[in-house]
Ligand binder design. Sequence first.
Ligand SMILES: Nc1ncnc2c1ncn2[C@@H]1O[C@H](COP(=O)(O)OP(=O)(O)OP(=O)(O)O)[C@@H](O)[C@H]1O
Ligand SMILES: [Mg+2]
Length: 318
Amino acid sequence: MRDVSKIFHMGSMLSRIRITAVEHVSFRVGPGEIFGLAGESGCGKTTLARMILGFEEPTSGTIALRGRDGQPIVGRRAWRRAGVQAVFQNPFETFNPLRQVERYFFETVQNYGLAGNRAEALERIERALQMVGLSYEAIAGRYPAEFSGGQLQRASIARALLSEPSLLIADEPVSMVDASIRMSIMNLFRDLVDRLGVSVVYITHDLATAYYVCDRIAIMFRGNIVAMGNVDKVLMEPKHPYVRLLMECVPQTDPKKRWRAKVQLSASETEEYLRAGCKFAGRCPHAMDICKQEVPEEIYFEGQMAKCHLLRVSQGVQ
Ligand SMILES: Nc1ncnc2c1ncn2[C@@H]1O[C@H](COP(=O)(O)OP(=O)(O)OP(=O)(O)O)[C@@H](O)[C@H]1O
Ligand SMILES: [Mg+2]
């Protein structure tokens, strides 16, 4: 993604406001990489995902995609098929309760022209289901309610894999499944990346699973990527004040340190979106005058990027 922005207009004709839900965002996801996109509710994660999926046009900027063979994927249809597929939060919403799950598989094969006849279709479906630890026999004739949340999420991942996409966008894929099987789904993503070379954009509020599974991570705040880099660096040696506050909210193993929630949710979402200068300045414990006036630049420092005035001042980084 290069310099991608998305502006939404809200309100009535008389009091229209513009929200830049995604603001000058640039990043690259490499082949076979799990890239995390984290941040609190309403920071623009899903808007970003919908643009990558082609459901929403960027207001400005460009998004380019390469296939697993390294060739650019051009054209909307190819983009939607072999380019990028989605795994959503709630598998029970992905599948209509009144339709057998297997029908989605046959329909996808047919829509994308992935097989010439039923035998070929079955072979392809079996292969995708095997990749997630299921089989055609295990899903045949069954309705969504006959699956556990974890099984159904595996099935939705298998359906996304049918067209052999180069990229999977997983928007909160484990927040609705039981904690006990959350890790097995996260391990499945890791396994798919290693075996198929597919790339994954993993969108989440949950920094613990992000730390567990991601190679690199970007932290968003009100439409901006405020920190980005290797997950170890960004989360364990956070440079941006927002990331430091977020990390203090992650449950610690030490029960005394659990949930030391320090992030204050004072300013309203819209107020923050419309703020000049750094959007985080209203909540930042270190905010300076310049933060309220000028948008900070991206500073690259010790293997990570942070968009923060403080770094330039305190570290003398240019
Ligand atoms: N179609 C739309 N029209 C107007 N505003 C929108 C639209 N879609 C999203 N927004 C606004 O853009 C901002 C970002 O929303 P988005 O859904 O991308 O956040 P998110 O990070 O995915 O949040 P969550 O974690 O709750 O899913 C919000 O202020 C939201 O209200
Ligand atoms: Mg969302």
